[in-house]
Structure formats: structure tokens, C-alpha cells
Design a protein around this ligand. Structure first.
Ligand code: CDP
Ligand code: CDP
Length: 204
């Protein structure tokens, strides 16, 4: 029986870090669904129609260089507001969720739209200033030239667009367990997620 873990939340809350760690811990597959929107956004920046690009997406497109760039994140959030783009990416995500023994998917709408029947739903958050600081540190480490204020403005703009869109807005599912990572180390955040998943497996 496939076991699905849905992890949603805003930018740089720690979704990816937690997802990778719990996938390794339980031997589950992991899909960072943000990469689907980033790869589609990257194609739009190159001049493609975003709906055509989403329909033509291939697994190797998720490995492209540059998908973590700030302009690609912004483009991802723009294409993500298009219902036809979201529809084009839906079936792949649902199939992934049911592959193998278990799967972890992280994004914005996994618990609400993609996998509303997921066995575990986590909503990972942190204060905007803390998320912006984490993202700023990552961008500077990767050689990007930016300021903390620019990154904070980008994070806030993306939060507003992701929460405000009509189709699949970012919000916690009613049955999601919230993990606020503002004051947690990575190890502490991972331990909380592992505990929630282990309890669900034991009771399920
Ligand atoms: O996937 P998402 O954008 O939600 O966040 P992430 O890529 O997992 O985490 C963003 C950054 O925050 C990474 O550099 C993590 O190492 C860091 N992080 C942290 O400092 N403390 C945590 N409790 C979780 C993540
Ligand atoms: O890593 P970070 O949390 O900054 O962003 P991401 O997860 O890579 O997602 C990039 C953008 O894709 C988000 O700002 C959303 O607009 C969009 N997205 C979405 O709409 N639905 C998802 N399931 C995943 C990402």
C-alpha cells in the first residue's frame, strides 16, 4: 500500500530539507513539485508559452541548471497562477504519489488539491524575515549578488501571489499538522516531522 506524505508551506520554510530527510528516513521517494513550476517558468523566460511548456515537461527538465535563481522563482510563481499550467502538471504528481511503498511530495497544494487523501499532511512555516534570511544566505553562497531587502521583498510578493490566487491557493489543509521552523534547527524540525509520520504509520 502506498503511503503519501504531503508537505506544503511558503518559500524557504524548510519543506525541501524536511522532505529529503524524511524520505531518506522512511525509504520513500521524494518529489519537489516546485521544480515543475520552476522548469515551466524557466521556459517562459526563454520565450515559450507556459501552458505548452508545462504539457511538454520531461523529467530531465527538472535537473536543469539555474532553476534556483530568484528570477526563475518569480517566473514559477507567475505561471503557477495559470489554471491550465496547474492542470497540465496534475497527473504526473498524482502518479508519483502512488508509486512504490511511499512518497513525499512538497509544494503549495499537495495536501489540499494534489493528494487530499494523503496519509500525513504537514504545513511547514516560519516568519517571513527568517525565511528571507535563509534564502538570502543560500543565494549569496551560490554566488548571486543581492540584498537581504530585495530577497525579503521577493519572498513577501511570492507569498501574497501564492496565497491570493484563485486556483489552488497556498493554505493549510484542515487536517494538516503545522510545524513552525522559525526557532527550530534542521534536526529539530526533521525530528518533529519523523515523529508525526511514525505515529501515523503505527496507527494506520
Ligand atoms: O523547500 P523550502 O523552500 O521550504 O525550504 P528549504 O530549501 O528546505 O530551506 C531553506 C533554507 O533554510 C535551507 O538553506 C535550509 O538549510 C534552511 N533551514 C534552516 O536553516 N532551518 C530549518 N529549520 C530549516 C531549513
Ligand atoms: O523553494 P521555494 O519554496 O522558494 O519555492 P518552490 O517550492 O520551488 O516553488 C516555486 C513556486 O512554484 C512557488 O512560489 C509557487 O508559486 C509555485 N508552486 C505551486 O504553485 N505549487 C506547488 N505545488 C509548488 C510550487
Amino acid at each position: 500500500m502506498a503511503f503519501t506524505v504531503a508537505i506544503d508551506g511558503p518559500a524557504a520554510a524548510g519543506k525541501g530539507t524536511i522532505s529529503k530527510a524524511v524520505a531518506a528516513h522512511f525509504g520513500f521517494a521524494h518529489l519537489d513539485t516546485g521544480l515543475l513550476y520552476r522548469a515551466t517558468g524557466a521556459r517562459m523566460l526563454e520565450g515559450s508559452d507556459p501552458v505548452d511548456a508545462a504539457r511538454a515537461l520531461r523529467p530531465e527538465d527538472l535537473q536543469r541548471d539555474g532553476l534556483r535563481r530568484a528570477d526563475v522563482a518569480e517566473a514559477a510563481s507567475q505561471v503557477a497562477a495559470n489554471p491550465d499550467v496547474r492542470a497540465a502538471l496534475l497527473a504526473f504528481q498524482r502518479r508519483f504519489a502512488r508509486l512504490g511503498d511511499g512518497a513525499v511530495l512538497d509544494g503549495r497544494d499537495i495536501g489540499t488539491v494534489i493528494c487530499p487523501e494523503a496519509e500525513v499532511k504537514l504545513f511547514v512555516t516560519a516568519a517571513p524575515e527568517i525565511r528571507a534570511r535563509r534564502r538570502y544566505d543560500e543565494l549569496v553562497d551560490s554566488g548571486a549578488e543581492t540584498s537581504f531587502q530585495d530577497v525579503l521583498a521577493d519572498v513577501r510578493a511570492r507569498d501574497a501571489r501564492d496565497m491570493g490566487r484563485a486556483d489552488a491557493p497556498l493554505r493549510p489543509a484542515g487536517d494538516a499538522v503545522e510545524i513552525d521552523t522559525s526557532d527550530l534547527s534542521i534536526d529539530q524540525a526533521v525530528a518533529r516531522a519523523v515523529a508525526v509520520i511514525a505515529a501515523a504509520r503505527a496507527s494506520g
